[in-house]
Design a protein around this ligand. Sequence first.
Ligand code: SAH
Length: 350
Amino acid sequence: MTRVDLIEMNPSELEGFFRGMGEPAYRAWQVYRWIHGHGVLHFSEMTNLPKKVRSLLESQTRIVSMDEIERQVDQEDGATKFLFRLRDGETVETVLLPQSYGNSVCVSTQAGCRMGCLFCVSTVGGLGRNLTPGEMEAQVLIAQSELGRREDGARVSHVVLMGIGEPLENYDNVLVFLKRIHEKDNLGISYRNITLSTCGLAPEIKRLASEALPITLAVSLHAPNDELRNRLMPVNKRYPLSELLPACREYAERTGRRVTFEYALINEVNDLPEHARELSRLVRGLLCHVNLIPLNPNERGLEGSRPDRVKEFARILENSGVNATVRRSLGGNIEAACGQLRRRNGREKS
Ligand code: SAH
């Protein structure tokens, strides 16, 4: 028998489900609050439900539709990385990162990816499929349950869509998910604490701008000109910098939010002083911030820049008036960078 996934249902669908079981409609709200409001992932903890209802739910439904198959904990920075198996055997990764400003969860939006970036392991096996809103929310709720009950203190305060997949390719589901975790009855995560990272799908960036939600947009830039970006990121052939940059500008103007440009520094590829100067000319005048991160080494064979190169790159940007920070690679010790755990597990689908 296929079990019903409760997390995928909105309140009115849940009402229909409980009516079908001969239960009153308010049960739907009780269950909705337990799952989405309290992040309770076991029926035994839903204490205001009669035992009979709980055991019915136990036998006919599931709350989340994924199982943890592996986890790694970074002893240094406290990051926990989960590998989950979805119902159809696809696997995705999620990272819980305790930060000075709160607890952040890095969510996957697709199983696999078809964007083909040269340095990224998530894309190696291609795209499996889009994740549903419930599968994205489940990643946050499971991370929250690691921290304990929300009302008891530690909370997930930040969500970043920087896991596996291209969120703007799964636009509709991502928006349903983000609106859901923002709701008061749900996790109540402020839009300002949500970061969506994209490889640069210009039309969808404009579409997101038109939603006028104060979400932080991060754009994986990684190169200051089309020639180099075409080589590193095939998506640039579809949406070159002359389309991407105006879309980012529009986003900043419509939302009033500073756009973050992600720039992974690759040894001798995109980390020369000339690249820094070119980058500063490219983004000057835009409400933005550049995040520099030495490339995480992986099976794709490219090398990260040396610390002195990284520093010099940042200095050139700062000197020309571009705001830049060097990000240390959180979770680097536990293969927290995109898709490595999933890859090492030997298959995209299990
Ligand atoms: N598809 C989205 C989000 C997922 S990747 C995007 O492209 O933005 C999250 C970030 O990790 C992106 O900036 C991506 O370019 C970067 N990334 C991928 N592989 C990396 C590596 N080996 N080292 C450093 N950053 C990497």
